[in-house]
Ligand binder design. Structure first.
Ligand code: AGP
Length: 613
């Protein structure tokens, strides 16, 4: 994940920025850079690899000054390199920008700016921002207005900080969606900006946090905050407890809540460096897969447990649709005792956040003993499942502390989408326009997640209604059956309410006998090819007196006449809809558990990694 640190005050900026970036290293990166303003000139140092390389550069060629910005980058558009590292500088050398997020419409913006004479020095999407700021400065706007106008052009979720020698004692910061936070640290005669609290906590515990579509003008005397529409905003000043764990939670009450809200940024990082959005081509080098081996593949068996198994159920649809390969998802603890038939040219795909789940590891071993190629999708770098596999795909979600898995679940589905595209490319089942469309759909995902998270308040209200229920039924169809299972698992594992996920079409074969006023039903009824069928299931549940909560697509008014409560999600490409649909269910389980006073991050009887049978 990218990290941002900015400083304006009376001390040397460079040491403060570099130390802050080091405190964000846990988020992972592949290049780093710093810009410091001194006597009207912006000095720039950038390098690939770890921060030690940048520090060495700074020792050899120091930058002196008391205003600066720094950045650690996960490569997205453009390989890790000095020219692609942030901060990005424009044509005049008067402006530098650091950026977290993906500029979804950067090809069009790049063409537009090039036509105006802009020369691009990198392959990154982020560079378009600095050229936009320069455009508006050249039209006579000040730095704040130039930044505000530039942001209006950007699609997607972003966090940025801008510095210019035209207004030397000023940083302009802004946030759109959930591509990473923007914390403003308040010091005495100095101010700080960072993408996460740990970077600046040693300097101040007084912090304010930008929300989506807000910007701040920061000087050594303090800061002013506005909406992107220009209306002044008064931000709350929080006192952060100097407790590293509390710092890690940041503005959130629990790790689980933080990790739910990190998902747009986590998914952005899962995508980073793996998709060329102009051609749509995906690259997954750690899979060690040749085109010949991909074309020889005949079947994929997914082996996983719990939430990761539900992720594999979604991946089945993605890979079958985009790669034309049969996929079967099997529970890890069953696979090894089922005497599974594994034909030649079968790949076993293990999905495991911890990479240490004993049932999944054993399933991997069983598959290998039967001559299958063994891949893994893991979050924990260096874990057993990563090391023993023939090839792997990292979730790149950052550490997941909450026992109830959230961002690992969504990023593992994104990894399978990437795998599906990659296999489709190599096998020739996905090319040209369809390949580009698949990548365009993926580029929309972080923003769709962010827009869904912005509806948390509606879910809190529903949680108050449901917090004392003793049972709950989750229904879905097709690709969303897995999300019904996952929604039920989230509720039962952190609130201890009995909850069950079920294929909606199966209700008439028995479970509908359960439905009464004491059995609320959560029905995933988004607009897809089996929407009409779900309406029927909702009517059947209503006819038996059940309270029905529908998960529906924005703009669907008909559903209001069928269900008692409706939670809306944005329209989403069908193969990626499960990634969005799970968000309200994660939040519902979280808020019900909080209202019940449950130990959300450490539920009873559960462990983050099940290393025993
Ligand atoms: C998820 O909320 C649960 N904590 C549990 O089902 C978990 O997904 C399962 O134990 C698998 O863990 P893994 O992904 O680390 O293998």
């Amino acid at each position: 994940m990218c990290g941002i640190v900015g400083y304006v005050g009376s001390r040397e900026a460079a040491p403060i920025i570099l130390d802050g970036l080091k405190r964000l290293e846990y988020r992972g990166y592949d290049s780093a850079g710093i810009a410091v303003l001194s006597d009207g000139t912006i000095g720039l140092r950038r390098d690939v690899g770890k921060l030690i390389n940048l520090e060495r550069m700074m020792t050899e060629e120091p930058l002196r000054g008391s205003v600066g910005i720094g950045h650690t980058r996960w490569a997205t558009h453009g390989a890790p390199s000095r020219r692609n590292a942030h901060p990005h500088v424009g044509a005049t050398g008067e402006v530098v920008v650091v950026h977290n997020g993906i500029v979804e419409n950067f090809p069009d913006l790049r063409d537009e700016l090039s036509a105006e004479g802009a020369t691009f020095n990198s392959e990154t999407d982020s560079e378009v921002i600095v050229h936009l700021v320069e455009r508006y400065l050249s039209l006579g706007h000040d730095l704040t207005e130039a930044t505000r106008r530039s942001l209006a052009h950007l699609k997607g979720a972003h966090a940025i900080v801008v510095l210019s020698n035209r207004e030397p004692d000023k940083l302009v910061a802004a946030r759109i969606g959930n591509a990473g936070g923007v914390a403003i640290g308040i010091g005495v005669g100095e101010m700080f900006v960072a993408s996460d609290i740990p970077a600046i906590l040693e300097h101040t515990r007084q912090m304010a946090f930008l929300e989506s579509r807000q910007m701040a003008v920061v000087t050594r005397a303090g800061f002013e905050c506005f909406t992107l529409e220009g209306a002044p905003v008064k931000l709350a000043i929080n006192t952060i407890p100097y407790d590293p764990i509390a710092a890690e939670k940041g503005e959130y009450k629990h790790f689980m809540q933080k990790e739910i809200f990190e998902q747009p940024r986590a998914v952005t990082d899962t995508i980073r460096g793996r998709v060329d959005f102009e051609s749509g081509r995906v690259s997954l080098p750690e899979l060690n897969l040749t085109p010949e081996a991909a074309q020889a593949l005949r079947r994929i068996v997914v082996v996983a447990c719990g939430t990761s198994f539900y992720s594999g159920m979604v991946g089945k649809y993605m890979i079958e649709k985009l790669a034309g390969l049969p996929v079967e998802a099997q529970i890890g603890s069953e696979f090894r005792y089922a005497e599974p038939i594994v034909e030649p040219n079968t790949a076993a795909l293990a999905i495991t956040q911890s990479g240490e789940t004993v049932d999944t590891l054993a399933a991997m071993e069983e598959a290998r003993n039967k001559q299958a190629t063994v891949w893994s999708i893991v979050n924990a770098i260096g874990s057993m499942a990563m090391r023993v596999a023939d090839g792997y795909i990292l979730m790149q979600a950052g550490p997941e502390i909450g026992v109830a898995s959230t961002k690992a679940f969504t990023t593992s589905m994104v990894d399978q989408y990437l795998l599906a595209c990659y296999l489709g490319q190599l096998r020739g089942t996905l090319k040209g326009r369809a390949l580009r469309q698949a990548a365009d759909d993926l580029a929309r995902l972080p923003d769709l997640l962010g827009r869904t998270l912005e509806r948390e308040s509606e879910i809190v209200a529903l949680a108050r209604e449901l917090k004392d229920v003793r049972h709950c039924l989750y229904l879905g169809r097709g690709i969303n059956v897995a999300i019904a299972y996952e929604g039920a698992l989230k509720l039962k594992e952190i609130s201890y309410i009995h909850a069950e996920g079920y294929p909606a079409g199966e209700m008439k074969h028995g479970p509908i006998a359960l439905i009464d006023r004491e059995m609320p039903v959560v029905a995933i009824a988004v607009k897809d090819k089996i929407y009409e069928k779900m309406l029927g299931q909702i009517e059947q549940a209503k006819a038996r007196g059940g309270l029905v909560v529908a998960l529906a697509t924005d703009g669907d008014e008909l559903i209001r006449t069928k269900a008692d409560r409706v939670l809306y999600v944005p329209e989403c490409p069908p193969l990626l809809a499960p990634v969005v649909n799970v968000i309200p269910l994660q939040l519902l389980a979280y808020h019900i558990a909080v209202l019940r006073g449950a130990d959300v991050d450490q539920p009873r009887n559960l462990a983050k990694s099940v290393t025993v049978e």
